[in-house]
Design a protein around this ligand. Structure first.
Ligand code: DC
Length: 236
């Protein structure tokens, strides 16, 4: 059977991770957070002392690295959405720092790094049913995905969610700063010359501004089930 692929793109803090993870759980699919792979690249560069300006060296490091992701097992249920393994080491939390956020957005500018990561992502999605989320999934990584989604929310709603998340983590940053930072990251993601975030015409736009997580998950699971049934009738 051809694996079923759900491709999700969207801006920062639209709820992609949480929604994708829950959809994957409901359908029994693997959840793949591609942002984690850009974060692992930044982490690897730091560990190996590689220069963040050396695109070729960074791409070589990524090529040689073993990057794995799995749905968390019972011992790993500590609030993480996915378990991220770099050369066998559990780096699920180590890649979630502000330093790694900045580093990942730097390495994401490099076409050579992107090329190696995209190949790794395509190999993962060729072997099993996936819900894969990122910025270039609907048009670069999985251009033939059976279901393509652009998950978004208004910028104010996204900034409010991010602000709450930071407060929950004990980080006391003002709303205005969070809002400004979010707009800046949107701008960076959408104007990057190498594979910027964009909305493809065939993507289903799911705006979560006025939806609960549960409602967004329900909608996507329902649509995926219809498409999977249809694919099955076509194959039999
Ligand atoms: O979603 P995130 O914040 O974990 O992503 C980390 C960085 O990687 C962010 O700067 C966007 C970038 N990214 C990308 O360029 N392409 C992807 N498919 C996923 C993430």
């Amino acid at each position: 059977m051809t694996p079923f692929q759900i491709a999700i793109d969207g801006p920062v803090a639209a709820g992609k991770g949480t929604v994708a993870r829950l959809v994957a759980e409901r359908l029994g699919f693997l959840y793949v957070d591609t942002g984690a792979m850009y974060r692992m690249t930044a982490y690897l560069a730091q560990q190996e002392g590689a220069s963040m300006a050396d695109e070729v060296a960074l791409a070589d490091l990524v090529e040689e690295a073993q990057m794995d992701m799995r749905n968390p097992n019972d011992e790993e249920k500590d609030g993480r959405l996915t378990t991220v393994l770099l050369n066998g080491e559990d780096v699920s939390w180590k890649i979630r720092t502000e330093e790694m956020s900045r580093g990942s957005s730097q390495v994401a500018q490099y076409p050579l790094v992107r090329q190696v990561l995209v190949s790794k992502q395509q190999r993962i999605a060729a072997q099993q049913d996936v819900v894969m989320e990122g910025r270039d999934i609907t048009y670069r990584v999985l251009p033939t995905a059976q279901l393509k989604i652009y998950l978004t929310a208004s910028d104010i709603v996204r900034a409010k969610r991010r602000h709450l998340q930071l407060q929950a983590k004990g980080q006391d940053i003002g709303f205005e700063e969070v809002y400004r930072d979010l707009l800046q990251r949107d701008h960076q993601d959408m104007t990057r010359p190498a594979d910027p975030l964009k909305q493809v015409p065939e993507a289903w736009v799911v705006d979560t501004s006025d939806l609960s997580i549960e409602q967004a998950v329900e909608m996507i699971v329902a649509k995926a089930k219809i498409l999977m049934d249809y694919a099955q009738t076509q194959q039999s």
